[in-house]
Design a protein. Sequence first.
Length: 215
Amino acid sequence: MNFWEYLSSRHQQLLVDACQHASAVFQCMAVATVLGVLIGVVTYRSEWAGTLATAAASALLTIPSLAMIGLLIPLLGLGVPPTVTALTLYGLLPVVRNAVVGLRGVDPALVDAARGIGMSRAARLLRVELPLAWPPILAGVRVSTQMLMGIAAIAAYASGPGLGNEIFRGIGSLGSENALNQVLAGTLGIIVLALLFDAAYVLVGRLTIPRGIRV
């Protein structure tokens, strides 16, 4: 059976796996974005706190994905919980780092002007600093999403959802007629999803970033 025949015969299952893969990455990325921005907001004013937050997120990223999921299985069991936890932790670094850098890069004169017209600290953060820091934050989210697309494939090791199941089935049956087709279908599916997500982020950037501050 050639690759196109395999896709035709398995397209329904592949679509289900692709939707599960995209959903897992999207949801974990949403949580990682919220946590990463909150960590950035809490730590960016202090040099040592920002460095510590970035270093901690970097340390998480150095843990091999198989090892991370393997360590989480005894605590959370198989399936979705270890997958969501691992992906969220891996997604933090670019968001935290870019949130800290973006918030520190806001022109102090603009913050002083906002203070001068009576804005509270919270109002300055929400209406001045975060909007101006949004372009680098969004760039961090894009980088994290691309990483998680690949890492999410390892979730199949813990019976997690997504296209990794197709890849692992192919690897587990090497030498069989459809082994290469399975690995290729899962890999190409992840690449297509990554490109679609990146295109969506470009659109989000155009809709949410004023033309004057676009990079």
